[in-house]
Write a protein that binds this ligand. Structure first.
Ligand code: ATP
Ligand code: MG
Length: 495
């Protein structure tokens, strides 16, 4: 195996021991690592087990036809460069060999300097080619990224001023307030349609700012409860005592400041829907009381012993993983199952990037109306950066950013300078392309590289430890890592 300083890994195949050892020691003097094989089958085995850069192949071997062997070795390892070597130069079809993939040829007896010069040249070209192909795959990656961005841009039209304007093609009659026509948002809305016709409780999950409340409202609106109130409560904003009093109401004198009887939001919502936002923030004590409402339809005002009846539907939302909270014991399992009768997951904005342009234009138009501005759209530079950003704050972050930009900007378009934090945010949070955006082989290669890098990082570049961890044979691990161009911190010293 070549060391980190090796100039290349060479295999000399010749049935003469003298030639093998002379070539090997001469090339080793110049920093090449060399292995030798006495015949075709030994060469085959070695090429199977190692990753050579160059092969010097004597075409007259006892067990193999040189041309056949050349083709076989190339098929095992296509990046291998093969220099043909023969003592019968006059009769040999060098042209045919070059056509079959040989990099160069040399006739025996040969001057060792000449051999060395050829090996050096072939190696130099090979390195340049590999560098080029690396650059090429980087370009392919950039191309994929760009196509993604362009796909988004295709949904826009070019105005006379040269600014880009996304076009909202449809307004759904049942969800006029919801912008977006990605498949993901369509599936969410399909679930909303379905569940709105049922009586079941609903749990809406998704990152902060994805639009959980926005979809809770039409669940109520499209249901048979539509003529009754929709009452939203932010459970995370209130302490346990306050939340209980807000929801269930209280009796006069039940605590300091309770100067009169008060109806709670559960009573306000009678016949309609109670929307409990940030349900994950509630305490287990409060959860018991909520469970009672869900199971028995009963509740008590704070300070009262009288049992009241509630006819409400509950929709809850959270941006935390309730399953984790159940395992930790901070969220009651029975309540979780009650709420989770029907689950809707709202995808983050970065996973439905097709909607980004429609949303941007929608927020731009709303802000223009609010601030009496006459902007027509965004510069393509802004759009391009929007499409590359990961939007950790989701739709809310986009809405805030566009609104601020509208305030700052001068017509006709929003320019990069009107969104001063964008470049910094993009730098910290670029959107990762998904693995499924790539062809299988490319995605597989990327996975393998990440996996090997990760294992080597964990073992500080120690190959034996990495081999144990990955349950891959040590030698295979080392060679695969080399092939993938992956190395840990101390990898170079160990090989
Ligand atoms: N598809 C959409 N179309 C139009 N506006 C949207 C859309 N999704 C989200 N918004 C807007 O983004 C903002 C955030 O939405 P919402 O409050 O529903 O998010 P949330 O998931 O409940 O956030 P949080 O977890 O912080 O409570 C709101 O102003 C909402 O109107
Ligand atoms: Mg919310």
């Amino acid at each position: 195996m070549p060391s980190a300083e090796s100039k290349g890994f060479v295999l000399v195949i010749d049935d003469y021991e003298h030639i093998r050892s002379t070539f090997a020691s001469y090339l080793e003097n110049f920093g090449f690592q060399v292995k030798v094989a006495k015949d075709g089958s030994e060469a085959r085995t070695l090429v199977d087990q190692n990753i050579f850069d160059i092969v010097i192949l004597d075409v007259c071997l006892p067990d193999y036809n040189g041309m056949e062997l050349l083709k076989e070795l190339k098929s095992i390892q296509p990046t291998l460069e093969i220099i043909i070597c023969t003592g019968h130069a006059d009769d040999y079809d060098f042209f045919g060999a070059i056509k079959s993939g040989a990099a160069d040829w040399i006739s025996k007896p040969c001057k060792l300097q000449e051999l060395h010069a050829k090996v050096e040249r072939v190696r130099r070209e090979q390195k340049a080619l590999r560098e080029l192909s690396k650059k090429n795959s980087e370009l392919v990656q950039i191309k994929t990224e760009t196509e993604h961005v362009l796909k988004g841009m295709r949904t826009m039209i070019q105005s006379q001023d040269g600014c880009v304007i996304p076009k909202r093609t449809k307004i759904r009659s049942d969800f006029p307030e919801i912008i977006g026509d990605s498949e993901k948002i369509e599936s969410v809305l399909e679930l909303v349609r379905l569940v709105s016709k049922t009586k079941s409780s609903v749990l809406i999950t998704g990152e902060s700012g994805t639009g959980k409340e926005l979809i809770a409202r039409p669940i109520h609106r499209l249901s048979s409860r539509t003529s009754f109130p929709f009452v939203p409560v932010n459970c995370g904003a209130l302490t346990e005592t306050l939340l209980e009093s807000e929801l269930f109401g209280h009796e006069r004198g039940s605590f300091t400041g309770a100067t009169m009887d008060k109806r709670g939001l559960v009573e306000e919502a009678e016949g309609g829907t109670l929307f409990l936002d940030e349900i994950g923030e509630t305490t287990p004590q409060f959860q018991v009381k909520l469970l009672r409402v869900l199971q028995e339809g009963e509740f008590r005002r704070v300070g009262s012993s009288k049992c009241n009846h509630a006819n409400i539907r509950i929709i809850a939302a959270t941006n935390v993983c309730l399953e984790d909270n159940v395992s930790k014991g901070t969220f009651r399992e029975d309540l979780y199952y009650r709420l989770n009768q029907f689950r809707i997951m709202v995808p983050p904005l970065r996973d439905r990037i097709d909607d980004l342009l429609l949303l941007s234009q929608y927020f731009l138009e709303s802000a223009c109306t609010e601030f009496s501005k006459e902007l027509v759209g965004f510069s393509s530079e802004v759009i391009e950066k929007f499409l590359r950003y990961a939007w950790p704050g989701n739709v809310r972050e986009l809405e805030n950013m566009v609104t601020q930009a509208v305030i700052l900007s001068t017509p006709p378009t929003i320019e990069l300078g009107d969104v001063p934090t964008l470049i910094d945010r993009l730098h910290k949070n670029p959107r990762k392309t998904r693995l499924s955006d790539k062809p299988f082989n490319e995605a597989k290669g990327e996975f393998e590289r990440k996996y090997f890098q990760n294992v080597l990082d964990r073992t500080n570049g120690n190959i034996s430890a990495a081999s144990r961890l990955s349950k891959i044979d040590r030698k295979q691990f080392r060679e695969k890592a080399r092939k993938l161009g992956v190395h840990g911190t101390s990898y170079a010293q160990q090989t």
